[in-house]
Design a protein around this ligand. Structure first.
Ligand SMILES: *[C@@H]1O[C@H](CO)[C@@H](O)[C@H](O)[C@H]1NC(C)=O
Ligand SMILES: *[C@@H]1O[C@H](CO)[C@@H](O)[C@H](O)[C@H]1NC(C)=O
Length: 351
């Protein structure tokens, strides 16, 4: 073994340790089978967890599969929300799951932290309500007859449990590092904003009982919004995210808007510290895939348009045949019959 080789390995190891990143637990989403986390000893082997998360895992083995589902939910939603943007939330098969962009204090990192902590809160709450877990069930504190005259069913979504679990499991990484670094403050803020996106959008769902659908008796429960709604809310927060910096007020450190003319952010807003790269060129060192080969919209002036998406490099145009349903007719009673039509559309991809 040459000294150069040793030195290089050592450097790589140091880089690997320091790029260890608070969202590494999202790697759980890469585990496929349900129930794959079923024994305490599995917790030790899970990739991407820090020691304190391993301990939480051991004490809450039955909840871990919901954590995995929450991570998957978050990644899928992120990819949906960012499908038309240069950074499209692709995951890598290595750690960190989203590449280095998310280890920096960028706007994209803000979104990933928020949607992930929301994903865990959501999936755990869902599991509580559906009776999958021994430690929690429905929220029965909402019961009796409402002022509006309907009956509470006694099985509302137990969002308090889901949120508390997300706070324990997701936030522990920031807390164990000492929550005074500006990155820790940023991550904790965005984690909380993600959970708020569920809490502030809880709704009342009802079911009618009575003769032939009449609503003589109505039972209702508090329910979480669909996760798509949470994604939409957080994507809007991403677009309006506030750039912040750390300031000391008395003996506590806080994040304040960098531009003092902006109004202060609220608990629900996303905040970031570092500006993002332009995501134009392939740069695997930073986990940036670049936009070569991405589809773009020739007529759009927005970020999905070829001009912006392809970063001025231009694009290829190809004619592709798509099959669609057409000439649909309604038949009495009751079905709709369609023909299959082929049409040729232009498809544009970035150079
Ligand atoms: C994101 O874009 C890259 C090309 O830049 C593509 O390879 C990848 O499949 C896309 N990911 C998703 C999730 O759409
Ligand atoms: C392309 O962009 C235009 C203008 O924003 C929009 O009307 C159109 O629906 C888009 N096409 C596709 C295929 O998304």
């Amino acid at each position: 073994m040459t000294p150069e080789y040793l030195l290089r390995s050592l450097l790589l190891l140091i880089v690997a340790l320091f790029s260890a990143n608070a969202s590494n637990w999202l790697y759980l989403a890469k585990l496929s089978s349900v129930g794959s986390i079923s024994e305490e000893e599995t917790c030790e082997k899970l990739k991407g967890l820090i020691q304190r998360q391993v301990q939480i895992c051991k004490r809450n083995v039955e909840v871990m599969d919901s954590v995995r589902r929450g991570a998957q939910l978050a990644i899928d939603e992120c990819q949906y929300q960012f499908r038309n943007r240069r950074w499209n939330c692709s995951t890598l098969d290595t750690l960190p799951v989203f590449g280095k962009v998310v280890t920096q204090g960028t706007r994209e990192a803000a979104f990933v932290y928020a949607i992930s902590s929301a994903g865990v809160a959501f999936a755990v709450t869902r599991a509580c309500s559906s009776g999958e877990l021994e430690k929690c069930g429905c929220d029965r504190s909402v019961h009796g007859v409402s002022p509006e005259g309907f009956q509470w069913s006694g099985c509302s979504d137990n969002i308090a449990y889901g949120v508390a679990f997300s706070q324990t499991f997701v936030d522990v990484r920031e807390r164990s590092k000492g929550s005074s670094s500006s990155r820790a403050l940023m991550n904790l803020h965005n984690n909380e904003a993600g959970r708020k996106a569920i809490l502030n959008n809880m709704r009342v769902e009802c079911k009618c009982h009575g003769v032939s659908g009449s609503c003589e008796v109505k039972t209702c429960w508090k329910a979480m919004p669909p996760f798509r709604k949470v994604g939409n809310v957080l994507k809007e927060k991403f677009d309006g995210a506030t750039e912040v910096e750390q300031r000391k007020i008395g003996s506590t450190k806080v994040l304040v808007p960098k531009n003092s003319q902006f109004k202060p952010h609220t608990d629900e807003d996303l905040v970031y510290l570092d500006s993002s790269p332009d995501f134009c060129e392939h740069d695997m060192k930073n986990g940036v895939l670049g936009t070569t080969g991405r589809h773009c919209n020739k007529t759009s002036k927005a970020i999905d348009g070829c001009e912006l998406m392809c970063c001025g490099r231009g694009f290829h145009t190809e004619e592709v045949e798509v099959v669609d349903r057409c000439s649909c007719k309604f038949h009495w009673c009751c079905y709709v019959k369609c023909k299959q039509c082929r049409k040729v559309v232009e498809m544009h991809t970035c150079r």
